[in-house]
Each structure stands twice: as C-alpha cells, then as structure tokens.
Design a protein around this ligand. Structure first.
Ligand SMILES: *[C@@H]1O[C@H](CO)[C@@H](O)[C@H](O)[C@H]1NC(C)=O
Ligand SMILES: *[C@@H]1O[C@H](CO)[C@@H](O)[C@H](O)[C@H]1NC(C)=O
Ligand SMILES: *[C@@H]1O[C@H](CO)[C@@H](O)[C@H](O)[C@H]1NC(C)=O
Ligand SMILES: *[C@@H]1O[C@H](CO)[C@@H](O)[C@H](O)[C@H]1NC(C)=O
Ligand SMILES: *[C@@H]1O[C@H](CO)[C@@H](O)[C@H](O)[C@H]1NC(C)=O
Length: 764
C-alpha cells in the first residue's frame, strides 16, 4: 500500500516536473524594461511592435502570452479611463490593453477577439500610493478547446474570463501611459519592470508559482530602486504567510535577498539624503510633479542612472531613453522660445582659461568699459562684442536683449554686415518681448535683402537667405506665408553651408508628406553638428526607426542628450566656472557636482581638477601645519637617503616628538607608496599603509588623506574600501578643518558617486 502510494506520488511529481519543464521550455521573454518610469498622465512611452513580436501580428492570432508589470498609483480615481498600457492603432484593435476604470481604481483588461472585444474588470482595486503588481496572461485552458485570459494582482488570481477563440493581434506600437485616443489620459504614477513574453502552443504561459516569483522579485527590486517602503504589501503578505507579524509592531518587515525568507525586524528605511544622487524616490516625484523646466534636473538624473545602472537601477537603455527623450522634448520646446538659447560652458579648469576670461568680472570690468568706449568711438567690432555678451550672457554679463539689440544696431550703423544680420535676426525673431519690435519684420527683410544684393560672403549670404526663408514661412513684414518660398530660401542657405538653413529645410520637409522624410533626415544630419534641435529630431528617428533610419536605442539617447543639455540647467557650468574664478572653491565644487549629476562630463573633469588642487594644497598645508621645511629640504637634497634618515635618525631617535614622528611616518608612507621617486628602492603599498596608520595615530593630517587615497584607489595588496577611505577623509577634515580636501570629502558618498559617474561617462 505504502509502496503504491509512493509510486503514485512519484508519478505525480514526475508529471508535475514534466509539465513545469514543458511550460518553461516553451516560454519566451520578448521584452524586459527595467527601472522605473514616471507617468504624469500625458506622457506616452512607445515600444515599437518589433520589440514585442510575441504580441504583434497583422491580424494573426496567438494562443499564449503574458504581460507583467508593477504600477504605482499616484492619483485617485477620476471620471476618465486612465491608460496603463495599450497596443493598437485605434479603438478597434486593442490587444492587449489595461486601463483604470472611471470613478474607481479597478482595472479593465481587454483583447480583440474574432467576434469583437473581450474584456473583464478586476474584482480588486489597485491601492492608492502603493505599488501593485499586475500580470495579464492569456493561454489555453487545460483539457478544453477554450482559452483563458486571467489577471493576477500581487501574485494572486484576481479574475479570469474564458474565450472561445484566441485574440487578434495588431502591429501597432505598445504604449505605456497615455493611449492613442486624443482625449484619453494616462494614469499618474510610476511603472516598473515591464515584461512581455509568450508561452507555447499548448500551455498556459506562466504557472501560478512563476507569477508569485515575479511578484516577489518585483517587490525586492522596487524597494532597492525607490529606496522607500513601497513594498508594504509584500512585507505584510509575506509576513502573513509566515505568520510573522507581531502585534503592535509599527515597522515594516522586509523581504531579504532570499525569495521567501523574511528577516524579522529589519526596518525598511529611506536612504539618507546625503548621497550625491538624491534618492530615486525624490527624483521620481519631481519628475512628474514639477512643472516644465523644473522637471529637467530630476529627469536627467534618472536618465543617467538608468543608462549607467547607478544606484541599484538596472542598466536599461529603454528606460534611460524614456527620460532622455522627455528631457529633450521639454528642452526643445524651451529652446524655441525667444531669449531661451543658453550656452553650455564646456570650459576645462585645467586649461587655465581664466587667464583669458573675465567671467567673474561682469559689466564693471576694465575691458568692458574699454569696449564701450571703443564702440562709441566707432569700432563695430567692439559693439559686436558687447552685443554678443549681452545676447548670450557671456563673460559675466547678464543676458539683456535690449542692450544686445542696441549694440547690434550700433554695429549696423557703423557699416558692419554682421551687425545688420544680427539686428535683422533679433527683429524677426522678436527677441524683445516688449513692443520695440513693431515694424521690425519689414526692417529685417530690407536688411537681409541689402546683404543678398551686395555681399559675396558665403556666411553672410547664407544667414540672409535663412532669414528671408523665416520671413516667408511666418509671413513677416507684409509677406504672405508661403512654405514653397520658405523652403527654397532655406535650401539656398543650406547649400551655402548654413546649418540653421538645413535645419529649417528639414523641419518643413519633415512636416510634409511622409515621402519627404528621407530628405528631411539628410538635412537634419547636416544640421546636427551645430543644432541641438536637429539632434532632437534625429533622436526620434533613431528611437523608432523612422525616416529610413535603423532603430538604435543608444544612438537615440546620445542625440537626445545633445538637445537636453541645452537649457537654463546648463547654467550650473557657468556658475561653477564663475565661482572657481572668484576663488570660491566650495561654490565651484557644489555647482560642478550638480552639473555632473545632470550628465555634463566636463563638470566631472573639473571636479577631478579640483581634487587635484586639493592634493597640492594638502602638501602646502602639511608644510605650514608641521613646520618641517627643514626636513623637507633635507629630504629633497638627497632623496636616496630618505628612508635611512626617517627610519633611523628620526624614528630611532629618543627625543623625537609625536608630531615629528607622525611626519616621518607619513613621509615613509609616501616613500613606500611611490618607490624610487620618493627614496625607496621599490614600492610596497602594504608597508606604506602601516606607516600612514602610524602617522594617523600621531594625528598627522596629511596621512589621513594619503591613507584615504590608498583605500580609495586600492593598491597592490590593499583592497579598495571606499567606506574606509571616506571615514579617513572625514576625520582628516575634522582635524584640519580648512582644506579643500575636507570639503570634497564631506557627505561620504558624494565624491565617490561623482567619480564613479565620471568614470562611466568618459567611456560613452
Ligand atoms: C496587413 O494586412 C492587411 C490585410 O490583410 C494588408 O492589406 C496590409 O498590407 C498588411 N500590412 C502589413 C504591414 O503587412
Ligand atoms: C536691460 O538693460 C536696459 C537698459 O540698460 C535696462 O533698462 C533693463 O532694466 C535691463 N533689463 C534687464 C532684464 O536687466
Ligand atoms: C507660394 O509661392 C510659389 C512660388 O513662388 C507660388 O507658386 C505659390 O502660388 C505660392 N503659394 C501661395 C499659397 O501663395
Ligand atoms: C548604435 O549606435 C551606437 C552609437 O551611436 C553605435 O556605436 C552602434 O554601433 C549602433 N548599433 C547598431 C546595431 O548599429
Ligand atoms: C571597509 O572598512 C570598514 C571600516 O571603515 C569596515 O567596517 C569594512 O569591513 C571594510 N570592508 C572591507 C571589504 O574590508
């Protein structure tokens, strides 16, 4: 009896294994979108159908698929349907899709069947302001000809519906957030870890236990990424199962690294605010709650974090692209507004630019006064220089369009064609918000026409044709708006080498029938070297494989960055430069740090330069602090004797004070760390560490930083240990209290993240 029971059990297990194996073997994942995407009701993340082949087809059918994702609902029910995901060109084909239903937080899930749409509504509502894990599956019902569409919420079956026939697929994009309807809204909140896959012919695509696994792993990942306890439900659920919730316990139990284990009592804490990258959570919140330009710094940080896989974010080009594209879109809108053209001050501090620049001087500087006098005395060049400074806000000048216009006019009056062109440009664009541009259009056209009739300079001609194209396009200065005329002028300008002309021609062509897309792309490419906006468009073509371009996520990301980097947020670079030139190293570091977070690699270089200054300052500080000039000279005279002098004479001597011993140990540390350049026959980092440690014990400030460096960078026989490095930097700071090193080391992880970041940015 017992034997038979066992055999039955064995057979049963075998059957289960076979089933499991069959199901696993036939299940395939098409797409995994890692990271967290924030949706504000308006954004729409497009995933081309080619990325989700398992649920794409032109009127064909599938018998098995699944879509799995986590959704964080940030806004309560409204009167609208709120899209979560949608696949279809219009409402006649929405296989598959999920929305939130009006007036409740229940969801409806749908596919298009052969006899029309098949849909069901969840029994449960999604919880407000917490994460829910949704899995929609479609597959064949076992032992039946029918199919089942099923919705799991948080790992449990919520509801299911039976279908006679499989769904009809479409080949439209898979949209996250806002769907195709002009009036529809997307849900407001966050979305994470989207996974789309297919099952085999005969089985259900996911077993119940696989759904639960996805749910558990989503909960784990989200806690890591958002650094906030969104996994409340997970913790409680897991705890319920294991019966671990203690009565009256106020904290939240968190799952540990093992799938099922629950580490009793571990608190889900919000990570400290000190890190260089603010917690993701704060960024995610800002990325959809802030308005317009204010979103950008958060969005850019999210883009880079996902691109580089920093701070526990999964490295995901698609998620990174989502943010970079969003940043690029906002930046491009901003950029096209009058007076919003910012320059990116990609100045390397190490190149000592400050000797030729006066950024800290402003309009009171000597040369500014001289230029003014020269301009008034008839120098068109001086007038142009002043005009440019006012126009772009260069050299410490505040941006001032009124001033710029008056200096361009002065240059024009002095017979400068460049002055005429710039003046015409400002008049046409309406860079002056007030009424000063009245009648400016006509004036601008006359100025341009003057150039086209008298000039032979290619640059001046191309600028003028471009300006005329602009006037034709918008119907300025009494002209009829006429795209044909405009395009002809822009193409003329492009043929003379104007990238602005090429961009404008591209914009018109791109807007016309799709047959002109390829021509538009060619012009965009010509313009891309000088035009951020052209990069924005190329980014779009690359993101979706339009305009005859190959799809390429990383290339799209790079193009979008070219646009996204230009805007008011680029001012951090100017601020950093200005602070540095003013001698405000604190300010420079802070500004460059902010800029580095936004992805400006130049800011990273400049931070390294500041770190380097720290090093030399430290050595100066050492001399001052310990007054060992004599010893230094002694060692410098005969480095070969360094070790002997230090070890035997000073350390071996009975009368040496602790300060002197500390200094000697620190020097010996250098000696062993660097080898023959510092007087030791060979480098022995482990010995260097011993000496630095002795020096630290004796309160030698420099040794804190040297030892910190060794731990930070690692050396032969010394493992990298950033925690230890920053502990030392911090202590060194506390002891010295005034060196740059100290301020750089503040906030423990701060430099580390910037450096780590830089290292990765540099290989882009
Ligand atoms: C999709 O199918 C329709 C009708 O069967 C056909 O007219 C159309 O060309 C197909 N589209 C593609 C992209 O294959
Ligand atoms: C620009 O300059 C003009 C003339 O000097 C001055 O009246 C105006 O206040 C300035 N505008 C700004 C925004 O500084
Ligand atoms: C635009 O200009 C072209 C060429 O000069 C002309 O043929 C066309 O009629 C104009 N169109 C309009 C709408 O004025
Ligand atoms: C995508 O673009 C990147 C950078 O622009 C390039 O290095 C890479 O080779 C491209 N990939 C493909 C598949 O073309
Ligand atoms: C790094 O240093 C810290 C002390 O600052 C220590 O607690 C930790 O164990 C060290 N880590 C490694 C990997 O040695």
């Amino acid at each position: 009896m017992r034997e038979r029971g066992c055999r039955l059990l064995f057979l049963f297990l075998f059957a289960c294994l076979a089933l499991l194996h069959g199901a696993l073997a036939e299940t395939g994942t098409d797409l995994i979108l890692g990271g967290v995407i924030s949706t504000d009701g308006e954004v729409q993340h497009k995933i081309p159908s080619s990325d989700v082949p398992g649920i794409s087809g032109n009127g064909t059918c599938t018998s098995s698929f699944y879509v799995s994702l986590s959704v964080y609902l940030g806004e309560d029910a409204t009167e609208h349907f709120r899209g979560i995901f949608f696949k279809g060109r219009d409402n006649t084909e929405r296989t598959p899709s999920i929305w939130l239903v009006p007036h409740t937080n229940q969801v409806t899930y749908r596919v298009m069947g052969e006899q029309g749409e098949v849909w069901a509504t969840s029994r449960r509502e999604l919880k407000l302001e917490s994460w829910s894990h949704l899995v929609l599956t479609f597959g064949k019902k076992m032992g039946s000809k029918n199919f089942v569409m099923r919705l799991y919420i948080d790992g449990e079956i919520d509801s299911e519906i039976e279908l006679r026939s499989p769904p009809v697929l479409n080949d439209a994009d898979f949209l996250l957030g806002k769907d195709v309807g002009a009036t529809s809204k997307g849900f407001v909140g966050l979305l994470s870890q989207l996974e789309v896959g297919t099952g085999g012919e005969s089985f259900y695509p996911l077993l119940d236990c696989e759904v639960r696994q996805k749910f558990a792993s989503a909960a784990r990942n989200l806690r890591k990424i958002t650094r906030r306890d969104h996994s409340l439900w997970t913790c409680q659920r897991e705890a319920d199962l294991a019966d671990l919730v203690k009565p009256g316990h106020q904290g939240v139990l968190c799952p540990t690294h093992d799938d099922d284990a629950v580490d009793e009592g571990e608190e889900c804490s919000i990570e400290g605010k000190g890190s260089v990258f603010e917690g993701n959570w704060e960024l995610l919140r800002k990325s959809h709650e802030a308005k317009g330009n204010e979103k950008i710094p958060a969005i850019l940080q999210l883009a880079w974090k996902n691109w580089l896989g920093l701070d526990q974010n999964p490295k995901s080009c698609h998620t990174a692209l989502f943010y970079m594209q969003m940043a690029s879109s906002i930046a491009s809108t901003n950029y096209q507004r009058p007076g919003q053209q910012f320059s990116v001050e990609e100045v390397l501090l190490s190149e000592r630019v400050h000797q030729s620049r006066q950024d800290n001087a402003g309009t009171d500087a000597d040369d500014s006064w001289a230029l003014k006098t020269m301009a008034e005395g008839g120098s068109a060049d001086a007038a142009l220089t002043l005009a440019n400074r006012h126009f772009y806000g260069h050299n410490g000048f505040p941006k001032n369009m009124t001033e710029a216009l008056s200096y361009f006019k002065m240059a024009h009056d002095l017979g400068s064609d460049v002055g005429s062109i710039a003046l015409a440009k400002m008049l046409l664009r309406g860079d002056l918000v007030d009424g000063a541009a009245q009648g400016g259009g006509q004036r601008a056209i006359e100025l341009y026409q003057g150039i086209t009739t008298r000039s032979v300079d290619r640059l001046h001609l191309s600028e003028s044709y471009n300006g005329l194209g602009f006037a034709h396009f918008y119907g300025k200065g009494g002209l009829e708006p006429n795209r044909t005329e405009a395009l002809a002028n822009f193409e003329e300008a492009a043929s003379l080498g104007s990238s602005q002309g090429a961009l404008n021609a591209a914009l018109i062509l791109n807007d016309e029938d799709p047959g002109h897309k390829a021509r538009a792309v060619e012009y965009f490419k010509v313009a891309a070297k000088n035009s951020a906006l052209a990069n924005h468009y190329l980014g779009q073509f690359k993101a979706y494989g339009e305009g005859g371009e190959e799809r390429n996520c990383s290339s799209a990301f790079e193009h979008f960055w070219q646009m996204a980097k230009i805007g008011p947020w680029a001012n951090e670079l100017s601020t950093g430069l200005k602070s540095y030139l003013d001698g405000d190293l604190d300010g420079a570091y802070a500004a460059y740090k902010r800029a580095a977070q936004l992805g400006y690699s130049i800011a990273g270089y400049n931070i390294l330069f500041l770190l380097d200054s720290r090093r030399s300052k430290r050595n100066n500080g050492l001399r001052r602090l310990l007054g060992r000039d004599e010893g230094e000279r002694f060692l410098a005279d005969d480095p070969a004797d360094t070790r002997v002098v230090l070890e035997d004479v000073i350390l071996g001597g009975v009368e040496a004070t602790d300060v002197l011993k500390g200094w000697a140990h620190q020097k010996l540390g250098d000696c062993y760390l660097f080898g023959d350049t510092h007087g030791c026959a060979e480098a022995k980092p482990t010995k260097a560490v011993e000496h630095y440690e002795e020096a630290v014990l004796r309160g030698n400030v420099a040794a804190y930083f040297s030892l910190g460096d060794v731990h930070f960078f690692g050396a032969d026989g010394v493992e990298r240990n950033e925690t230890e490095a920053f502990r030392l930097f911090r202590q060194g700071h506390e002891r010295s209290g005034r060196e740059l090193a100290s301020l750089l080391a503040l906030g423990s992880y701060s430099i580390l993240s910037v450096l780590g970041f830089l290292k990765r940015v540099l290989v882009l």
